[in-house]
Design a protein around this ligand. Structure first.
Ligand SMILES: [Zn+2]
Length: 105
């Protein structure tokens, strides 16, 4: 479990690119939680901007999508492998909005 968690974290970090800080946690229900923080941006209270999404595969995708949008919006010149999937991320965002899932602040 621990090994696969760190492997998942490394895979996510590689996709998210050099600006990101990726951690994979386990929540109270033993579910994986992906957290992608931005090393350049802070939000209210001085904390790093971050996307936090539960789920082994859903969490990975959802956090990575959120991160991709953050990169495009705040760091237009940044490069990251995940941006290759931006069109798919936008499609998923559209589908989630139809479903009414709340977004981050
Ligand atoms: Zn940022």
């Amino acid at each position: 479990m621990t090994a696969s968690r760190s492997a998942r974290g490394r895979r996510a970090a590689a996709q998210a690119g050099p600006l990101s800080r990726v951690t994979v946690d386990v929540d109270a229900e033993d579910q994986l939680v992906y957290k992608i923080s931005c090393s350049a941006c802070t939000v209210r209270g001085g904390k790093a901007w971050s996307a936090y999404r539960p789920g082994a595969d859903n969490g990975y995708l959802a956090a990575m999508d959120r991160w991709s949008f953050h990169l495009v919006e705040k760091h237009p010149g940044a490069e990251a492998p995940c941006l290759e999937f931006l069109a798919e991320a936008q499609q998923r965002l559209h589908e989630r909005r139809e479903g009414g899932t709340p977004d981050d602040a």
